[in-house]
Design a protein around this ligand. Structure first.
Ligand code: NAP
Length: 277
């Protein structure tokens, strides 16, 4: 970024109106007195490459990428981090001074930071993790859980073949369960993660039987609208430690904001309030 230019960043997706990222980055820009802007951009697949190539010339220092472009953007980037390659998707682009576009995936980082904050006593090595869902978010979650030393991942997805693909990609620490038997995974799970969109406002409720949840297990939901999903409510009633999904959204944004604007932002109660407003 040159001294004369006000740094710009933003989020690209389609649709994009629902995104909380402009509120989040706008809050941090204001809090740290940084002269910059963060802009939501609704860009379709056909225009994605041209738009991304043009942005650095317009003063953009980087962008977030969201649904449906997280995978496609890998073919546009010049450099891709190992974790983005492993996950097969990127959520953050950094426009470097040498003109190269650097792609990263910070979803797994955000997931782990949220868990560390919300369940500080959880030890990754303490037992198996049960993961519901096998979409893009599940890939980021599983990569970070394996990296943290979780001994075994029990995985179930409505479309079993997608879960089998994850097992093929991530290896023998994964065990796949049929969707109709997903509830059986909870009997021995120290951690339960919902990475499906079930329970989200406007989507179906989760129907997986929860009676196997273990008292003291950590249960987290990637869905953050509503903040307290039915899964988290039931888990809490059963004596589990629950962690909502909003913190993941906040934490995944930290490395990008730091790279773009040069300040590492804090995730605190004011940040949560700004996004929930
Ligand atoms: P995705 O790639 O489209 O995957 C969606 C997942 O939900 C798949 O496993 C899909 O199963 C499952 N699913 C959808 N409808 C279902 C139904 N009726 N019954 C059973 N399973 C169903 O999406 P994603 O990117 O992984 O995102 C998944 C969720 O995580 C979304 O709610 C997203 O908002 C949330 N998320 C949150 C954060 C955060 O920061 N908190 C970050 C990323 C994502 P099939 O394979 O059978 O279709």
């Amino acid at each position: 970024m040159t001294a004369s230019k006000i740094p710009l960043a933003g989020v690209i997706g389609s649709p994009i109106a629902h995104s909380k990222s402009p509120q989040l980055h706008g809050h941090w820009l204001k809090t740290y007195g940084i002269k910059g802007h963060y802009i939501p951009m609704d860009i379709g697949a056909h225009d994605l490459q041209d738009a991304i190539r043009m942005l650095p010339r317009m003063g953009f220092v980087g962008v977030n990428i969201t649904i449906p472009h997280k995978e496609a953007v890998l073919s546009i980037a010049d450099l891709i981090t190992d974790r983005a390659i492993l996950i097969g998707a990127a959520n953050t682009l950094i426009f470097r001074k040498d003109g190269k576009i650097h792609a990263d995936n910070t979803d797994g980082y955000g997931f782990m930071e949220n868990l560390k904050t919300g369940a500080p006593d959880w030890n990754p090595r303490s037992g198996p993790a049960a993961v519901l869902g096998a979409g893009g978010a599940a890939r980021a979650v599983i990569a970070s859980l394996l990296d943290a030393g979780v001994p075994q991942i029990l995985l179930s997805n409505r479309t079993r073949v997608r879960a089998e693909k994850l097992k093929a990609d991530f290896g023998s620490r994964l065990q796949v369960f049929d969707w109709v038997q997903a509830g059986n995974m909870f009997d021995h799970a120290a951690l339960v993660v919902n990475t499906t969109s079930l329970g989200m406002i406007g989507k179906n409720e989760m129907r997986v039987p929860l009676d196997g949840l273990q008292k003291g297990a950590v249960v987290t939901d990637l869905v953050y609208a509503p903040l307290r999903t039915q899964l988290l409510e039931t888990a809490e009633e059963m004596g589990c430690i629950t962690v909502d999904g909003l913190g993941m959204l906040l934490h995944q944004a930290v490395p990008a904001f730091e790279r773009w604007f040069g300040t590492r932002p804090a995730v605190d109660s004011a940040t949560r309030a700004a996004v929930l407003r």
